[in-house]
Design a protein. Structure first.
Ligand code: COA
Length: 331
């Protein structure tokens, strides 16, 4: 039998750069409360959210992703021509096809890159990091742009008390490539499709290949809440063990920004020492789904709470119900 060659593998992969994009328009709770008979106090107490940002009418998942990607490339001292794979995690791209990743490749000039979207909702960024880590070490890509980007403001039901205040827009990206030491721990991931109804965007709005219209996100808030606090602690522990580290080695915990009470519960469960910085970007960004982890990580870096080489624990979870976690080194 003829033996097939394999791509030349490399030993180690890690983050080379990080960049984000936050839309300009800040939307405080006060703008949303009337339609859902709520209050700023209730929203802050139950979710930790004070404000979020909404993209402008001319902004898209791809345009925000391109801005974040460009910032990540600058941070990595690379150009778009150095990228050979773009993986974009999103659930709010307007087209079923082509992918947002292909659009981003064209926008930034990554003409040598393969491009693919990942559909794992709020777990999408951590899923994409796992896929990129594997691709780099297997030698099928040298430098990968991993992007999480969402324009959730387009799919919110502003009359739904359980979701209207939760979500925001934005984008975050990392460049992943070969590093001298391993910079990404093994990804612990999974999905429970039997709970697919817990967070769902109505699928019957694809009409004759036209743009998606009138899709809105619906969520069984308590089901998701209980699932997250009941099982994500264990997922985080498994990611620490898989990476061969303990909570004491971690400089920051960057969970998906779903609800401040979920974050607080996971922090308690994991028993981090006081020195560990906790990402609380949700206060000003809301839940930005696939964009939330890189946005929150970048905020910690900008605030000086983490620096290059620090170990951070990332965990994404949401619709699917899907989850993914890994330890990574700050670029
Ligand atoms: C959405 C969420 C904040 C709601 O908080 P909650 O504490 O579960 O709220 P409940 O739905 O149990 O409602 C509690 C009470 O507040 C009321 N309420 C619900 N939404 C309200 C709102 N926006 N404003 C004011 N009151 C509200 C309810 O009517 C209920 O009143 P009652 O006790 O008199 O019946 C919470 O369930 C959550 O964050 N879930 C997870 C969301 C998530 O992570 N999603 C994305 C995952 S990727």
């Amino acid at each position: 039998m003829v033996e097939l060659a394999t791509a030349p593998a490399v030993s180690h992969a890690g983050f080379l750069g990080l960049g984000t994009y936050r839309p300009e328009r800040v939307v405080p709770n006060s703008e949303l409360v009337e339609r859902i008979e709520s209050s700023d106090e209730w929203i802050v107490e139950r979710s930790g959210i004070r404000e979020r940002r909404y993209a402008g009418a001319d902004e898209t998942v791809a345009s925000m992703a391109a801005a974040a990607a460009t910032a990540a490339l600058t941070d990595a001292n690379l150009t778009a021509g150095d990228i050979d794979l773009v993986i974009l995690a999103t659930f709010t791209h307007r087209y079923a096809t082509p992918s947002a990743a292909a659009e981003v490749s064209a926008l930034i000039g990554a003409t040598n890159a393969a491009a693919v979207d990942v559909g794992a909702a709020c777990a999408g960024f951590a899923y994409a990091v796992g896929l990129a880590d594997g691709a780099v070490r297997a030698g099928t890509a040298k430098r990968v742009l991993v992007i999480g980007a969402e324009k959730i403001s387009e799919v919110i039901d502003f009359d739904d008390r359980g979701t209207a205040f939760l979500f925001g827009d934005g984008a975050g990206a990392v460049v992943i490539g070969q590093t001298p030491e391993q910079g990404i721990g093994p990804t612990v991931w999974g999905a429970d499709g039997s709970q697919m109804d817990a967070i769902i965007m109505n699928p019957d709005t694809f009409t004759a290949g036209k743009e998606k219209t009138n899709s809105v996100l619906t969520m069984q808030g308590q089901t998701v809440f209980r699932w997250a606090i009941g099982s994500m602690g264990d997922v985080c522990q498994r990611a620490l063990v898989a990476a061969g580290v303990t909570a004491d080695d971690i400089c920051a915990f960057v969970p998906h920004q779903a609800n401040m009470r979920i974050t607080n519960s996971l922090v308690k469960n994991l028993g981090f020492p006081e020195s560990v910085a906790i990402a609380r970007d949700i206060e000003n960004a809301g839940n930005t789904s696939a964009a939330s982890i890189p946005l929150a990580l970048d905020r910690l870096r900008q605030n000086g709470e983490v620096t290059s080489g620090d170990l951070v624990l990332l965990v994404g979870f949401g619709a699917g119900l899907a989850f993914a976690a890994q330890v990574a080194r700050v670029p």
